[in-house]
Design a protein around this ligand. Structure first.
Ligand SMILES: [Zn+2]
Length: 105
């Protein structure tokens, strides 16, 4: 058994081990990040789970989102074409900015 992180994608429908109080087992992935956002398919209730917590509760994938690829993409190699696929998402790029001001004369 491979012990690695389970990749989740927006639009994935997952089945959890325990049902929601509304009776539905199935959730859609609606947010990715440090926490995974899930929306109940039964009552549209939204929750946030940590990736680790979700992996523990996950029973099976019902269907995968459009961003999921069955074959892993190669690290590098493609050289033809000039189309770059830019992933637009809630990327966090904020970081410490060094105070590099103009030096006084
Ligand atoms: Zn529900």
């Amino acid at each position: 058994m491979a012990a690695g992180p389970t990749p989740f994608f927006l639009g994935d429908v997952v089945r959890l081990r325990k049902p929601h109080p509304c009776g539905s087992f199935e959730w859609t992935v609606v947010r990715l990040g440090a926490d995974i956002g899930l929306r109940c398919l039964g009552c549209q209730h939204k929750v946030l789970l940590t990736r680790r917590d979700l992996e523990r509760r996950l029973k099976a994938f019902v269907s995968r989102g459009p961003e999921w690829t069955e074959t892993p993409v190669p690290d590098s190699g493609s050289g033809t074409g000039g189309e770059e696929t830019s992933v637009s998402g809630p990327a966090v790029l904020a970081g410490p900015v060094p105070g590099d001001g103009p030096a006084p004369g």
